[in-house]
Design a protein around this ligand. Structure first.
Ligand SMILES: Nc1nc2c(c(=O)[nH]1)N(C=O)[C@@H](CNc1ccc(C(=O)N[C@@H](CCC(=O)O)C(=O)O)cc1)CN2
Ligand SMILES: Nc1ncnc2c1ncn2[C@@H]1O[C@H](COP(=O)(O)OP(=O)(O)OP(=O)(O)O)[C@@H](O)[C@H]1O
Length: 188
């Protein structure tokens, strides 16, 4: 399937997820993230302000603040560039025409100061750790020369054994993929 059609299919699928399934998967992903060495060792964490169909980032941001980690979030710029700026209680957020909240205040934090980037997206492959995002190419560009940890949290509906979309040469592969476990707790 082409990238565009695949994105549309994923958006539909994620829109249809029940509130219950979403909430359970979000909680499970938060547990996995907070237990991971990547999280525990990171001092500066990049994430986004999530929108409705995405994995929720607000609880993650709150935990980072409680752990005294610095949170940085992206501002989109011309030519599909992004600048990550600190997200604090002082930050002014503006809603873009795509309905995404971005910081309009604060100084850009250098790429090499970011320890961990939580990469957003619509679909991921377990074989290659490839990802497909919303199609802006913002993350592929930003991550091309990023040397910290690229980690993604995924609902089960976002995960595929092999990529079912074309993976291009400029697509940046993830370092780690955490997939939400079933609501049922198999360990007991
Ligand atoms: N919550 C969240 N914030 C995020 C992202 C994300 O995936 N999630 N981004 C992750 O990248 C960046 C914004 N991503 C964007 C991706 C596409 C378009 C956009 O221009 N969409 C056009 C079509 C694009 C095209 O085909 O040229 C549109 O929808 O009309 C805008 C922003 C930064 N912030
Ligand atoms: N490193 C790069 N340099 C130049 N152009 C790039 C680069 N990476 C991606 N692009 C361009 O960005 C566009 C969108 O890329 P793609 O379809 O892979 O988006 P995506 O991975 O879904 O989006 P995103 O990375 O924002 O989540 C493509 O037209 C591609 O040519």
């Amino acid at each position: 399937m082409e990238k565009k059609a695949f994105r549309q299919q994923q958006i539909t699928r994620l829109t249809e997820l029940s509130d219950d399934a979403r909430a359970q998967q979000n909680l499970n992903l938060q547990q996995q993230l907070f237990a991971s060495p990547a999280w525990q060792q990171a001092q500066v964490i990049a994430t986004t302000i999530s929108s409705g169909i995405e994995v929720a980032t607000q609880p993650i941001i709150r935990q980072a603040w409680m752990d005294h980690k610095q949170v940085v979030i992206p501002q989109t710029l011309p030519k599909r560039q992004m600048a990550f700026k600190p997200y604090t209680s002082e930050t002014v957020l503006t809603r873009t025409k795509f309905g995404i909240f971005e910081p309009t205040t604060g100084e850009t934090v250098a790429k090499d100061e970011i320890d961990l980037i939580l990469v957003p997206g619509l679909g991921y492959s377990q074989a290659e750790l490839a990802r497909i995002g919303f199609g802006g190419g913002y993350y592929d560009r930003y991550l091309a020369d990023y040397s910290g940890i690229k980690l993604t949290l995924a609902f089960r509906e976002m995960v595929f054994t092999q990529a079912e979309w074309p993976v291009d040469a400029y697509d940046i592969l993830l370092d780690q993929l955490l997939v939400a476990k079933d609501g049922v707790d198999y360990e007991h």
